[in-house]
Design a binder for this molecule. Structure first.
Ligand code: ADP
Length: 323
């Protein structure tokens, strides 16, 4: 059993002139886990990843991998490897030579690097494509080659910057399942940057939510979704309402809101069919409330925009947010 290496950020800060892209962030990423760094555009995710990879200097603090301070090591000596959003394969090199490229740079002989590249291509199910040029592959296949190219260096932590964003929705779901499987098989840590909540919920052992250059909340997906600490996390994760009562803010899951003849009076504004659920928004004394109603329940007594309804929920389901 390989447990992988812990990766630790210790008071890490990154400044670009007057902009603070990452502010005094400390966190331990547990070895051998799939971690998603989640947050809106501009919150500092990519900068964090690039500092870990060594593609960006840190302004303050340190980065420790398996007990060793790697803050000032060049990227190739850190034990990390990065897979970029644009796969940037060399167009004139075969798939095999693309994967073997970093080994060639290290002076490893041809037979050995071809063997290692072949092994990685098998791992990502691309063994039969070794002779092809990148232009002769689909987007999904190119991405697997890029993955093999990153893994051939035997990193302890694989860094992935929005790896699924260039794929169509169908392929995205398939490739994300493959990434998860690969991470389990290899037993190393994957640190995956995304702005997609669904992606993070589906993949992560740990979700690290960033906002405004800091970590807003970290935890396993169910905890982050079911017990958001702040209004930002509740709104960003989606599927929640944020209510104010007596100066206190609460999150209320949309699937805990019931529509009925009784309850707090509201007017239906929108009705959206989503398959398993119907998303209904209703205005209740100036506040828009989202209810996710199971399909069968909704259609047993359908509602339309303009209808008067009652909104009800169990008080115990209100989750208090930090001020
Ligand atoms: P994210 O990946 O979450 O979208 P980034 O890490 O790319 O966010 O950016 C965080 C902040 O740092 C943003 O305000 C961005 O404009 C700024 N930033 C990122 N890279 C640079 C750079 N090379 N020069 C100046 N500012 C930058």
């Amino acid at each position: 059993m390989r447990s992988g290496a812990d990766l630790e950020l210790v008071h890490v800060t990154k400044r670009y002139g007057d902009t603070v892209a990452v502010r005094d962030v400390s966190h331990v990423f547990k070895g051998g886990s799939y971690v998603c760094l989640l947050g809106p555009s501009g919150c500092g995710k990519s900068t964090t990843l690039r500092m870990i990879a060594g593609h960006e200097d840190i302004s303050d603090g340190s980065i420790v991998l398996e007990g060793q301070d790697v803050s000032y090591l060049p990227p190739a000596r850190r034990g990390t490897a990065m897979m970029f959003q644009s796969y940037a394969l060399f167009p004139h090199l075969s798939v095999r030579d693309n994967v073997a490229f970093s080994l060639r740079m290290k002076g490893i002989d041809r037979a050995e690097r071809d063997r290692a590249a072949g092994e990685m291509l098998e791992l990502v199910d691309m063994g039969t494509y070794a002779e092809r040029l990148p232009a002769q592959l689909s987007g999904g296949q190119q991405q697997r080659v890029a993955l093999a190219r990153a893994l051939v260096t035997k990193p302890r932590v694989l860094l992935l910057d929005e790896p699924l964003s260039a794929l169509d929705p169908f392929l995205r779901v398939r490739v994300r399942a493959e990434l998860k499987k690969l991470q389990r098989e290899l037993g190393i840590s994957f640190l995956h940057v995304t702005h997609g909540q669904d992606e993070a919920l589906a993949l992560a052992d740990e979700i690290v939510v960033m906002n405004n250059a800091v970590i807003e909340q970290a935890g396993n997906p169910r905890d982050v979704f079911a017990a958001p600490r702040t209004e930002f996390v509740a709104r960003f994760m989606g599927g929640h309402n944020v209510l104010s009562e007596g100066g206190v803010r609460y999150a209320l899951r949309a699937d805990d809101v019931r529509l009925g003849p009784t309850g707090r009076p509201a007017i239906v504004r929108t009705v959206e069919y989503q398959g398993a659920h119907v998303a209904v928004t209703a205005e209740m004394s100036g506040t828009e409330i989202l209810a996710l109603v199971p399909e069968a329940t909704f259609f047993s007594d359908p509602k339309n925009p303009g209808d008067a309804v009652g909104l009800a929920w169990d008080e115990g389901r209100l989750h208090r947010l930090q001020a």
